[in-house]
Design a protein around this ligand. Sequence first.
Ligand code: PMP
Ligand code: GLU
Length: 397
Amino acid sequence: MNQLSDRLNRLTPSATLAMSQKSSELKAQGVDVINMSVGEPDFNTPEAIKEAAKKAIDENYSKYSPVAGYPALRNAIASKLKNENDLKYTANQITVANGAKQSVCNTVMCLVNEGDEVIIPAPYWVSYPQMVKLADGTPITIYAGIDQDFKITPAQLEAAITPKTKALILCSPSNPTGSVYSKNELEDLAKVIAKHPDMFVIADEIYEHINYIGKHESIAQFKEIKDRVIIINGVSKAYAMTGWRIGFAAGPEWIIKGINKLQGQYTSGPSSVSQKAAEAAYTGSQQCVEDMRKAFERRRDLIVKLAKEIPGLEVNVPQGAFYLFPKCDSFYGKSYGDRKINNSNDLAMFLLEVGHVATVGGDSFGAPDCFRMSYATSDENIEEAMKRIKRALSLLK
Ligand code: PMP
Ligand code: GLU
């Protein structure tokens, strides 16, 4: 008997988390699986940040924090936005949540009414359409294939906008493609958005620091739309802090107040100790960020080189994040024994069960002709995984 709400029944479980769990289950059974499914840095949180958290415990940061997060953390984020992005926000225009995931969802919940349309460029991060559905909105996807480096054009955006459009969710650097919009490309999108004064932009910049082309560019820098942009970011990826669960939204005060109202009834402020750790991350030396970025860049070069050597895969060169998103539809219709590959999920399952490498099929990213590998793992793991994938794919006839 299914007594779950219709809202919940409409929801699809997170494919990234599901694949990661499946990989852990196989590992627990003794199978030597390389996990390239979930996207999280393999590094430990830098020592200085851990020390700040230990100190926070000793200093009894053990009570409820303000719903929006401690002022000291919000001030540190405001300084980060000023110094790194040349964007002015006051602490009242910033609100902290349990990870950037909650910050995106909070924003969607605060803006979207039943029937509102939210434009989501595909390939997209798996959770965006689900969050829109949770808010009773309608996700509208625009597809940008590998031939356009997985980036939408201003004409595509313009064509998708209707009187019901409430927002665009833009992720750059992108999960799952690693594509990064240049300043010019963002400016061209901003010009389209400027013509539609009722629409907002949820700019997910969680991969800001994992960028291989230099300076991060935010769509919030364009004055004509800045008061309709909500920046989402956090410490998970840049500082290897996925488990600490701290993300933030920065935007117009009325939206931030709305998020605080929601959060006040729903989750309250996020973990006090994690907030103190995040404050240390933003105010301390940024050398750790650059060291990890360099390691990701080396791994990006390695995985691109190895993937290009695999017959049947078409590969872009990601300019940010830590994912490779090869086109793999040349394998559809092929078989290994009585196992037939009909789609990206079949292929991901084949790579897991036969190749012992966990990846994620492209279907749940709105890109059924691709699959995703996270290269946030050691060089040795990348080399071994690509060997296994090459061998497994060569079995398909
Ligand atoms: N946005 C994107 C594009 C992501 O890949 C992730 C990672 N899951 C998040 C948001 C959420 O990050 P957090 O761990 O801070 O919730
Ligand atoms: N961002 C990561 C991923 O896409 C974490 C998993 C998730 O939150 O979906 O794999």
